[in-house]
Every structure is written in structure tokens, then in C-alpha cells.
Write a protein that binds this ligand. Structure first.
Ligand SMILES: Nc1ncnc2c1ncn2[C@@H]1O[C@H](COP(=O)(O)OP(=O)(O)OP(=O)(O)O)[C@@H](O)[C@H]1O
Length: 397
């Protein structure tokens, strides 16, 4: 069965490293990009600007119906269980390409949650319907200590809403920019937790496709939670979609070759590099040049990288898929067994039974927002009734 990429889905754009109209954040310089089949083979950057020619492809993800049924049978969250009346909306925690994320409080149990709101009209305009439905599906399936938990979803005539745990410690991105770069053991700790999250996702045939410090939150104890499943997808076989954030995109994605879990291991290497160096290895202010470097440039290391990490990164950030760690016969085990990770006790880490290198200074308890930047609040019209031109598109919410 082919479920993807027949319908022109797929252009997601944002300036997560560049700031946006409402909020400019130092050091966010590049963009999340997506384009899928059926859109005439163009990669799209900001608001539908066509910036890169891409050859046409039979861009289809194949898997059999039985497999897919089993996959969606794991979903633990059903749509429409909650409504806006259940929550009090507090401040904005972050903004994305399609809407914003609010801190909210349950009127029933008094707990704080994060509510991601996406405007249907924008999701449709940026051809992200399928990705948005996938985001909901993936989050309704995953349960892991290092992955955000979604509790429910609902919709009104204009918006869709996702209720998730509120993670108080803010983005790893903010901590990294404040620290400039992390000492070796700190980078290793976060990388090891990310590694376990990737291992789990891949065991379910989910590829994440947007690994970067902006999408890693820290909980109150300093453990990670991966958020933003906007590009995550069930791919037991291969896919072709160009998506991700330029600095982090793997060469096989740039060159529109079929790909699978391999791409997350490339991004994992870029993430480790950025945590240790403070910058990504193929950075360029011009996105096309970034892509060129991803395809051709030599991987260079700052002098303070140790031999173990240089070895690990050379094996992750390699264009040769038959050499890339994580993508070989032993899968994640090869990554976990690499000498750079030799001090990590993986079982202890998974049970969060290891001291974290940094505890976010959260003084006010569960609803504390001191670790988040302030965003201008705008008038909200959530709960609108009336005609919904997109009624057919978001059934599961
Ligand atoms: N569960 C959460 N707890 C706390 N903050 C959150 C949570 N989810 C998201 N945020 C904040 O909101 C920001 C935007 O969230 P997210 O990346 O999911 O939105 P998005 O619309 O998909 O953004 P993008 O356009 O960057 O993909 C995050 O970077 C983070 O700062």
C-alpha cells in the first residue's frame, strides 16, 4: 500500500534557527524544510518560495496493509476526549510555523500541560496535512522516558489542538547557546539519552527526521524529552521526502535517494558535533551552500575534540551508508558500544537513575516558565464554531 506522497503533501517551513516575526532568538540561523512528492519536485523554504530543483521520483513509501494496521493498533490516545473547556490557557511557550504552544492548566486536576495549536488554514497552505496527521499518530503510539507524552487532541472549526506534558526546563538549544558549548561528559550524557530515544523509535519503525537541539527539551531534573514529531513517520521500508533542518539533513536526503533510519544517525552525529563545538560542521548562511557542503565537504574537527569522539563522528557523519554506525547489521548496539560511550551504563540511564549534569533552576514548581523566552501574546479565537472548510482533513483529532 502506498500511503504517502501521492497528494502533494509536504512543505513545512520555518525559521527555527533564524527567529520569526514574533520572536527573534540569537543563534537560530537556519530553517526546517520539507517537500514531498507530488509537489513538482521542489524543495521549499520560507512560505512556499521555491529555491531548489529536485528531480522527479517515484516518491512512495511502501508497506503492506496488515503491517500498517498493526502499527496504528498501538495508538493509546483517541481524539476528541478533551475540549478547551477543560483547560485554562496561560502564556505562550513557543511559536512554530503553524501556530503556537501554550502553557495551560487543567480545570480538573490543577496540573500544567503544554497545548500545541496548529491553524488548519496554514497547515493546508504549507501542504502539511499528512505530516500533521502523522505527528498525531506517532505521538499517540510512543511511550518512552525521553519522549514527550501526548494526552489528547481535539479541534474546532479553525484549529487543531494537542495536549502534552509540560516540560519545565526549556530547550537544550537555549542551554547550549548560553553555554556556547558543552564539556565532553555533558554532551555525552545528552547524546546517550537521545540515542536511547532513537533506538526506541527505530524499533517501532518510526524515523524522527528532525533531530536538533531546538526539539530537545529538559525536564525539571535535567533529563531530555524529544518533542515536535512534525516530521516523524512510520517507515518500515524507505521514503524519499526532503525534510528536516538544513544543517542537520543527511546527504542521502539532499540528493533525494531513498532513505530510512540512517538519516537519524547522521543527524545524531551533527547533534553531538554541535553540542561539543557550539556550531554545526556544514553551516553556511546560504542554505544551498549548506547542502553542497553536506554532499561534498570534508568533515573537520576543532582541535579540542578527543580521539574517541572524532572516531564516532567520522562513523556517523559518513556519506557511505554501508559504513554509518546505527545503520549496520547491529543497529543501535554499534553506537552504544562505541568507545566514546564506554562509561555509560545504559540500563541505569534508561531508568533515569543517573545524576544529570544540569538541573534547570525551577523555583516556582510545576508551572514555572522561567526557562522559556517571552513571546508577545496575541488575541486568540480558540473554540470557534461554524463552517470548517477542512472538515475532511483532520478526522482523528
Ligand atoms: N511539551 C512542551 N513543554 C514545554 N514547551 C514546549 C512543549 N512543546 C513545545 N514546547 C515549546 O514550543 C516550541 C515549539 O514547539 P514545536 O517545535 O512542537 O512546534 P512547531 O509548530 O512544530 O515548531 P516548528 O515550526 O519549529 O516545527 C518548542 O521549541 C518549545 O520551546
Amino acid at each position: 500500500m502506498s500511503t504517502e506522497e501521492q497528494n502533494g503533501e509536504g512543505q513545512k517551513t520555518l525559521d527555527s534557527r533564524q527567529g520569526d516575526e514574533t520572536h527573534t532568538d540569537e543563534g537560530r540561523e537556519s530553517k526546517t524544510t520539507a517537500t514531498e512528492n507530488g509537489n513538482e519536485g521542489k524543495a521549499v523554504e520560507k512560505e512556499g518560495e521555491e529555491t531548489q530543483e529536485k528531480p522527479k521520483h517515484p516518491q512512495v513509501t511502501y508497506y503492506n496493509e496488515e503491517q500498517y494496521k498493526q502499527f496504528i493498533g498501538q495508538a493509546r490516545v483517541t481524539g476528541g476526549k478533551y475540549s478547551l473547556q477543560d483547560f485554562q490557557i496561560l502564556r505562550t511557550l513557543g511559536t512554530g510555523s503553524f501556530g503556537r504552544v501554550h502553557l495551560i492548566r487543567s480545570r480538573h486536576n490543577g496540573r500544567y500541560y503544554a497545548m500545541k495549536v496548529l491553524k488548519k488554514e496554514i497547515v493546508v497552505r504549507l501542504k502539511q496535512v499528512e505530516h500533521t496527521n502523522d505527528e498525531r499518530l506517532m505521538l499517540s503510539i510512543v511511550t518512552h522516558p525521553f519522549i514527550i507524552r501526548m494526552w489528547g487532541t481535539f479541534q474546532d472549526a479553525q484549529q487543531i489542538f494537542m495536549i502534552m506534558d509540560y516540560i519545565e526546563g526549556g530547550e537544550l538549544f537555549s542551554l547550549l547557546r548560553k553555554s556556547q558549548r558543552f564539556p565532553n561528559p555533558v554532551a555525552k550524557f545528552y547524546a546517550a539519552e537521545v540515542c536511547l530515544a532513537l533506538e526506541y523509535l527505530h524499533s517501532k519503525d518510526i524515523i524522527y527526521r528532525d533531530l536538533k537541539p531546538e526539539n530537545i527539551l529538559l525536564d525539571k531534573n535535567g533529563h531530555i524529552k524529544i518533542t515536535d514529531f512534525g516530521f516523524a513517520k512510520y517507515v518500515p521500508d524507505v521514503t524519499y521526502t526532503l525534510c528536516g533542518t538544513p544543517d542537520y539533513i543527511a546527504p542521502e536526503v539532499v540528493s533525494t535517494k531513498p532513505y530510512n533510519k540512517s538519516i537519524d544517525w547522521w543527524s545524531f552525529g551533527i547533534l553531538i558535533y554541535e553540542m561539543l563545538a557550539g556550531y554545526t560542521p556544514f553551516y553556511d548562511s546560504n542554505t544551498m551552500k549548506t547542502y553542497e557542503k553536506i554532499l561534498n565537504a570534508e568533515l573537520r574537527f576543532p582541535p579540542f575534540f578527543n580521539e574517541d569522539v572524532k572516531d564516532l563522528l567520522s562513523r556517523l557523519i559518513t556519506r557511505d551508508l554501508s559504513q554509518r554506525l546505527g545503520n549496520l547489521q547491529n543497529g543501535t548496539e554499534d553506537v552504544k558500544n562505541h568507545p566514546w560511550f564506554k562509561e555509560v551504563v545504559w540500563e541505569k540511564l534508561l531508568s533515569r537513575n543517573i545524576e544529570t549534569p544540569y538541573e534547570p533552576p525551577i523555583q516556582q514548581g510545576q508551572g514555572d516558565t522561567s526557562q522559556f523566552d517571552k513571546y508577545p501574546e496575541e488575541d486568540i479565537n480558540y473554540g470557534v464554531q461554524g463552517e470548517d472548510p477542512y472538515a475532511d482533513l483532520f478526522h482523528d483529532f
